[in-house]
Design a protein. Structure first.
Lengths: 830, 452
């Protein structure tokens, strides 16, 4: 006879049967080889002999370990062992519970005669062994359900079996909405009708539908406390029956069911109201309501797994799982075991630790205002206590609220604004080998040792992570030039971009200062609301390793804010904050110590020593000594040294407070709703020209020239521009694709072409001497380019996460990764 | 990288014999870092000058690597340093040994000499050369005449005048150039000690700064320094104890030691067993904690990977039973860390003052909000006490990395805020001798969770 047996698609299946009853054959026929963990195979693994009974303990140890790994990853697992002893089965039930999956038993019930026959010539176990196993099995069968197996299938010798996988009740991933998720109603029928109507539903007494086919999702706690629990139930039951709503169970439904069943429950927390209201209803309605509430599932996974709805929330490892404790978490949340001054259980703030990819929407705990915490949101805005009934529209994440018509029920404790702890990052958000998903490049690896180095810098020197949503990427130089006397030349950059399919580039003047990222808010309230700033500031200015530029940036930010307001930047960007990538000048403002300790001393030593050398050689030459070649070389070195001193000197000037400090913004990285960094350069130039014009004292423009890579004249103009720029002492220029998307693939966001004189402060005063230049040309750019691209992708990623209002740890992850990558060993002179 | 030696001894041209370099020839020598040239700018019977020019290959220097040499922007090609000393050894080796077959008596004679080093690290020049009989003229070179407020560079245009044996003059330069420069360019090997003693035998033992010279010449490698000093002491016929390890600058018992004792004492009286040392640094407190057997589990957490490695080496040297009780891992006070939750006590010894004030709320949230140990011990300097330290300039912090130092009232204010926010009580304990006016040098706050 053919039987179909149901197996939940995430379960731990125990095959139960006497040796030789056909378990392994069955497993081979019905499951993938990797799904089946067999005790024989594990005995062989640990002891080289599948019949070595002395290895049984170790074999099961290893088997359970592997089973645990599979279940944690959510994979169906079949254990092929006799399982005729209760203790052996208990271990499997415990393992299933530990991973919140359902334990299933498939029992092979074979007559003793068949077993004896099969044993012959197979294992040749002693007859009493077979008999004892058989007896044990017979005694066990009817207790299996009691032992905790949620499904028990007993197979007879003649059964031919087909397996049907069952989806978990909570698995509604195929439903993609759009949804309107509605917070705790608690019998507030009038407010519910108002809310549904506002959401666009057509509401009747026993149902509602949305003309655009939206689905309502109730987070539970429809009942108790409020004025019309039966009305709410009637409406929601009608919607669920009609398929226009889903509903998960709240703790109040669970308790109401027990009360209706006549169980001994304490009538408190508004249960009395429900019971009184329901007693006025016909028996038939009470019965239907009881069945409805009894049948409510504790959580749903929706929209391809992107959305989880549970009454009290749900941590990641419980999502999609089934067990008593999962249900308990869904209904009651996690408590610390302590009670507060009102005698209510202290809830563990699981959402603070939440790192899951799925958005969790829940209710249960009344809050004054629905707020996102790590991709979770509580919609219980205390309607029954006189607050509001709130809905979240999905996927648009828009919140819709209607105020309570009155206080229907006095709260046990005041609905105070909970002092929301500042978002706390966790060490496992950043430490160890990490893989960061950057949408521009896919998964990027951060090595453990690099993360370790970054942790110290981030912890000891960086500003608060709320103010650090971005770190600028490193930039590769153009390919090494073979043009006489130079190491870098714009033609290399032009050629490379043309080869990459970029039709037009823009050459932008490279300001020799210090890289600065500016986060600027319209006022401190924006800082608090949008960035969760812990310090009441309205912005930050920081270096490429995340250090604050100024001990107190207020004055600088005030100046910048004045310019932004004057230029009407807030309207242009439709935002009350902006992040700018910029260069802060002069170089000496930040690099003062470096200049005095390294750059200037070299110049001082060179310009002190070389004149004495030249004089001595001139005297020797006058005597007729053969020093002509030596003298010429030393004269050249003296001139190189003077050029070197002049080179760094151009980037130094004294500052007094903000006097003398200026900022050259070159990219609008992001503002509300948009990552602007990837927009065409012309857009940035337009926006920033206006900003700079508003305060030419504090801000300085970035000169630029567009070059058409198909036009020789345009290219020549680009080269000439670079030559004159660097000839006049400029650091050089950055060549960027005019439109980053024009190449149709990811290309370097920019390459630098540094000037001949500037490079003396990188490669030393004498690098231009032919014998030095020849060797310096042997430089390898591959790593630098790869690093530049990865850091760019990570930078765009962190900005995107910020703009999409992802939780702090998600924004911080790629920022930290940039810092970690910066500790990779790459030639610092590139 | 340039040195000239002038004599006015008559006939001055004999300098050529003493140096074994003919005044009419320009000679070049390959040395490891480049090329050395010897030439004579002036040659008259009254006055003869020999010059040594070392042309250093700046690219080769970087490509060979090393800490101080890994920069293309480097003073090595210009300033007098050990590289020049090495070149002297190669070019003037015979002269340095005082050998001169052509003028043997002249080699043994003190003659009037002038030495010129136009770019020489100058801070110690007068102090080191004057005791050797030189008249020292050191003109400081400014860092950059265009930026007068930057002040002077480390270099001086150095002119030494004196009447000495040429061999002594040269060996003094050979030893003192690296000492003046204080950045030895090659790894110090054991035979460096022999070399120093051999070269300096005529003058080093009686030099008042011989410890400094020895230490710097041997690039601060302590083991070699002690060995050399001992042998020098013998040379000088002085008892050996004079050359013992120099005194630790901190008074005994040091404040750090008092602090550790205070912490261990408090932990003991609190009866805790499982302890986190948050910011354990190189593990000095761990060393004391393991000696207390009632502390059954000790976790050291440190943000600096380098310090943590040192701590790990220290822990490896503990007895096995002690080692078993210690775990180390990298962590940070501004990131919540499930691994440090649930301990009886957490110690933050000299940690908070290294955290920027805006990050202190994150520290409090991590320690008191997330990890929530039953007790938290925090030590930090008492800023009021700083006036009692004569060596500490007014207004300065005790350590350059300190982001702040609290008065007792400031510490109490922070502690009270933390207690109110996270449900702790606090008790303040002075550590070190209490001054009636300004209190103890270190403040210790002992926090205890209220619902513990």
């Amino acid at each position: 006879m053919t039987r179909t047996i149901a197996v939940p698609d995430l379960s731990l299946v125990a095959l139960v049967g006497v040796t030789g009853s056909g378990k392994s054959t069955f497993a081979r026929e019905h499951f993938a080889g990797t799904q089946v963990l067999s005790s024989d195979a594990f005995r062989a693994l640990v002891a080289d002999d599948e019949n070595d009974q002395s290895a049984t303990h170790d074999a099961f140890d290893a088997l359970h370990y592997v089973a645990g790994k599979r279940l944690r990853a959510g994979r169906l697992t079949v254990v092929d062992a006799t399982h005729v002893q209760r203790d052996d089965r208990a271990k499997l039930v415990a393992l299933a519970r530990e991973h919140d999956v359902l334990p299933v038993a498939i029992v092979f019930d074979m007559p003793l005669a068949v077993l004896r026959e099969r044993n012959k010539g197979h294992r040749d176990l002693a007859d009493h062994v077979i008999r004892r196993q058989h007896d044990a099995l017979r005694r066990s069968v009817r207790h299996l359900a009691k032992e905790g197996f949620r499904k028990v299938h007993v197979l007879s010798p003649d059964d031919s079996v087909s397996i049907e996988y069952e989806k978990a009740y909570n698995d509604k991933r195929e439903l993609t909405g759009p949804f309107d998720i509605i917070g705790d109603v608690h019998g507030c029928h009038a407010e519910l009708v108002t809310l549904l109507t506002r959401l666009g539903y057509v509401v009747s007494a026993d149902g509602a539908f949305h003309p655009e086919g939206r689905t309502a999702v109730f987070v539970g706690d429809l009942v108790d406390r409020g004025p019309d629990t039966p009305g709410v139930l009637r409406l929601v039951m009608g919607m669920v029956a009609a398929g226009t709503a889903l509903c998960v169970s709240g703790n109040h439904e669970s308790k109401l069911v027990r009360a209706l069943d006549g169980r001994d429950v304490r009538v408190s927390h508004g249960l009395a109201e429900s019971l009184a209201q329901l007693s006025a209803e016909p028996e038939e309605f009470r019965k239907r309501a009881r069945e409805f509430m009894y049948g409510l599932v504790s959580h749903y996974r929706l929209d391809d797994g992107r959305l989880v709805v549970a009454h009290a929330g749900l941590k990641e490892e419980y999502q999609g799982r089934s067990s008593g404790r999962v249900r308990s978490f869904c209904l009651y949340g996690e408590t610390t075991g302590e009670t507060d001054e009102y005698g209510l259980p202290v809830r563990y703030p699981w959402a603070n630790d939440y790192r899951g990819a799925a958005t969790v929407v829940y209710g249960h705990t009344p809050v004054p205002k629905a707020e996102w915490v790590n991709n979770t949101i509580c919609l219980d805005t205390g309607c029954v206590f006189g607050g509001a009934l709130t809905a979240l529209r999905w996927p648009s994440k828009e919140l819709v609220s209607v105020s309570a018509e009155r206080v229907h029920y006095e709260p046990a404790k005041p609905l105070n604004a909970p002092t929301r702890a500042p978002d706390l990052l966790r060490i496992d958000d950043v430490l160890g080998t990490r893989h960061v998903d950057a949408r521009l490049m896919g998964r990027l690896k951060v090595r453990e040792e690099n993360a370790a180095g970054a942790l110290e810098v981030m912890s000891r020197f960086a500003i608060a992570p709320q103010w650090l949503p971005y770190l600028p990427p490193t930039m590769a130089p153009c390919a090494t030039s073979t043009v006489d006397g130079v190491l870098e030349h714009p033609l290399e950059a032009f050629d490379a971009y043309r080869a990459d399919g970029v039709p037009e580039v823009v050459c932008e003047e490279k300001h020799m200062g210090s890289r600065a990222v500016v986060v600027l808010c319209r006022d401190a309230s924006v800082g608090e609301r949008r960035f969760g700033a812990p310090d009441g500031a309205a912005g930050a200015v920081y270096t490429r390793t995340g250090r604050s530029f100024f001990p107190d940036p207020t004055a600088f930010l005030d100046g910048l804010r004045g310019a932004a307001t004057a230029a009407d930047l807030w309207t242009t960007l439709d935002s009350d904050w902006v992040i700018l990538d910029a260069e802060l000048l002069p170089w000496s403002a930040k690099a003062g110590q470096l200049l005095r300790r390294q750059y200037a001393p070299v110049g001082a030593a060179a310009t002190a020593a070389l004149p004495a050398v030249v004089t001595a050689l001139e005297q020797a030459a006058a005597r007729g000594a053969d020093v002509a070649g030596l003298l010429a070389r030393q004269q050249a070195r003296l001139s190189n040294a003077r050029n070197y001193v002049e080179a760094y000197g151009r980037y130094c000037w004294p500052v007094d407070g903000l006097d003398g400090v200026s900022l050259a913004p070159f990219t609008v990285l992001a503002a509300e709703g948009h990552v602007h960094a990837t927009k065409p350069r012309a857009w940035h130039i337009d926006v920033l020209d206006d900003l700079v014009a508003a305060d030419p004292g504090l801000l300085r423009p970035t000169r630029r020239l567009f070059v058409d890579l198909a036009d020789e004249a345009s290219i020549t103009a680009g080269v000439d521009w670079w030559t004159s720029l660097t000839g006049a002492g400029g650091e050089g220029m950055v060549v960027k694709p005019a439109d980053p998307s024009a190449a149709g693939k990811l290309v370097q966001p920019g390459v630098k072409c540094r000037g001949r004189e500037y490079l003396r402060i990188i490669y030393g005063p004498d690098y231009t001497e032919p014998e030095h230049l020849r060797r310096l040309r042997q430089r390898s750019l591959g790593r630098k380019r790869s690093l530049a691209l990865r850091e760019y992708a990570l930078g765009i990623e962190s900005l995107t996460r910020l703009v999409e209002e992802e939780p702090l740890w998600r924004v911080h992850e790629p920022v930290f990764a940039v810092l970690a990558l910066e500790s990779e060993p790459v030639d610092p002179r590139l | 990288m340039f040195l000239s030696v002038t004599t006015t001894h008559t006939p001055a041209t004999d300098l050529g014999y003493l140096l074994h370099k003919h005044p009419d020839r320009t000679q070049r020598f390959d040395v490891s870092t480049g090329t050395a040239h010897v030439f004579y700018p002036e040659v008259t019977p009254e006055r003869t000058t020999a010059s040594l020019l070392l042309e250093i290959d700046p690219i080769g220097l970087v490509r060979k690597g090393g800490d101080t040499l890994g920069q293309y922007v480097n003073d090595r090609p210009y300033a007098a340093s050990s590289l020049l000393a090495v070149a002297m050894g190669k070019v003037f080796g015979t002269a340095m040994r005082g050998r001169c077959d052509a003028r043997p008596e002249l080699a043994e004679t003190a003659i009037p000499l002038e030495i010129r080093l136009p770019a020489c690290p100058g801070a110690l020049a007068e102090r080191l050369f004057t005791p050797l009989g030189w008249t020292v003229a050191a003109t400081r070179v400014p860092l950059d005449p265009a930026f007068p407020d930057w002040g002077d560079s480390p270099y001086a245009d150095l002119r030494l005048t004196g009447t000495l044996r040429l061999a002594d003059a040269l060996t003094q330069l050979y030893v003192l150039l690296p000492v003046l420069d204080d950045a030895k360019h090659y790894w110090v090997a054991a035979d460096e000690v022999d070399k120093l003693l051999r070269v300096g035998k005529n003058w080093l033992a009686t030099h008042p700064d011989r410890e400094l010279i020895t230490a710097r010449y041997l690039a601060h490698k302590r083991r070699f320094t002690v060995e050399a000093l001992e042998r020098l002491t013998e040379l000088d016929d002085r008892p050996a104890e004079d050359a013992d390890e120099p005194e630790q600058p901190e008074r005994e018992p040091s404040l750090a030691q008092l602090r550790r004792e205070a912490i261990v004492g408090e932990l003991r009286s609190l009866g805790v067993r499982r302890i986190v040392d948050m910011g354990c640094g190189e593990g000095r407190l761990l060393r004391e904690l393991v000696t207390e057997p009632t502390f059954t589990e000790i976790l050291g957490v440190e943000v600096a990977a380098r310090a943590l490695r040192t701590a790990a080496r220290r822990v490896d040297r503990f007895a096995e039973r002690q080692r078993e009780r210690v775990t180390l891992h990298q962590g940070s006070v501004t990131y919540a860390d499930p691994r440090v939750a649930g301990f009886d006590a957490m110690v933050l010894s000299e940690v908070v003052e290294h955290v920027d004030p805006p990050r202190l709320p994150a520290l409090a949230a991590t320690v008191f909000g997330a990890a929530k140990p039953r007790h938290v011990l925090v030590t930090t300097p008492n800023a009021e006490y700083n006036v009692r330290w004569e060596t500490l300039p007014a207004g300065n912090f005790r350590h350059p990395d300190h982001r702040f130092e609290w008065t007792r009232a400031e510490m109490a204010g922070w502690a009270d805020d933390v207690c109110a926010a996270h449900g702790y009580e606090v008790r303040h304990v002075p550590v070190g001798a209490v001054d009636p006016e300004v209190g103890a040098p270190t403040q210790l706050a002992v926090f205890t969770r209220r619902s513990a």
